[in-house]
Write a protein that binds this ligand. Structure first.
Ligand code: NI
Length: 254
């Protein structure tokens, strides 16, 4: 069954129909979901979701755009949550230079702290990197991220950058963007990345694939992503689902 490696079902846009939606997933071929913490509140809600739904696992971390809320004290909370049974990764963490705030120095500081946390609690890391390719790679190399392991979520860089992450044995989260007409660079990268390193993800509620682009995204759209990858790789839809599920289980030790 489809393994959804990156969703934010704690988001308020799901408040209206969260239970209905989540309980419908398995009937639609979505077997497992990793819900990703992006803020302290999001991490708390992620823990709750993992306790409520057998098929939901969680990642604990604070998104680079949200790190201004972190301090030494509440960072300890993240560490405690990481110890819980169904928490399978640290993240999302990384660098996002699309928005001016918080500034790069603060983003880098908490990115490094979260990489150190992942190493300490022995969990893979989920990387968010937007318009910050060089700095992200430098920090990851400095922290020997290859020893930690993880996935670059919503991979949006070039084939050349993919090679750098492959050298660290990282996985690549591929989502709705692969279905966009203008995603030439990403399609080239996905052709290059070995199938054994690809995970399916949505980043729900964001980045819905064609033909639902612009609408609220859910894991129910993952078949469109799997179809697009199957076409690029010249393999069947079933193979994409099967291989990406095995990849995710290997990465998250499930
Ligand atoms: Ni995300």
């Amino acid at each position: 069954m489809i393994f959804e490696s990156h969703a934010h079902y704690d988001d308020e846009v799901f408040d209206e129909d969260r239970v209905e939606l989540l309980t419908s997933l398995s009937g639609q071929g979505i077997g497992t979901v990793v819900n990703i913490g992006a803020s302290l509140a999001g991490c708390r809600a992620t823990v709750a979701l993992t306790q409520e739904y057998p098929f939901i696992f969680g990642a604990i971390g604070v998104h680079p755009s949200e790190v201004a809320e972190l301090n030494e004290e509440n960072f300890e909370l993240l560490r405690e949550w990481c110890m819980l049974d169904k928490i399978v990764a640290v993240g999302e963490t990384g660098l996002d230079y699309h928005w001016p705030e918080p500034g790069p120095a603060l983003q880098k500081e908490w990115f490094e702290q979260q990489l150190a946390l992942a190493r300490q609690v022995e969990l893979p890391v989920i990387i968010h990197s937007r318009e910050a390719a060089k700095d992200t790679l430098e920090i990851m190399q400095a922290h020997r991220a290859g020893e930690i392991g993880g996935v670059v979520h919503c991979f949006s860089y070039t084939k050349e950058m993919a090679r750098e992450y492959l050298n660290m044995d990282f996985y690549f989260g591929i989502g709705g963007v692969i279905t966009f007409k203008n995603a030439k660079k990403l399609k080239e990268a996905v052709e290059y990345i070995p199938m054994e390193k690809i995970l399916l993800e949505t980043d729900s509620p964001y980045l819905a694939p064609e033909p639902n682009r612009g609408k609220r995204n859910t894991s129910l759209n993952l078949p469109c992503v799997a179809e697009a990858i199957a076409e690029l790789k010249g393999i069947s839809y079933e193979e994409v689902v099967e291989i990406t599920e095995a990849n995710a289980r290997r990465l998250f030790h499930l």
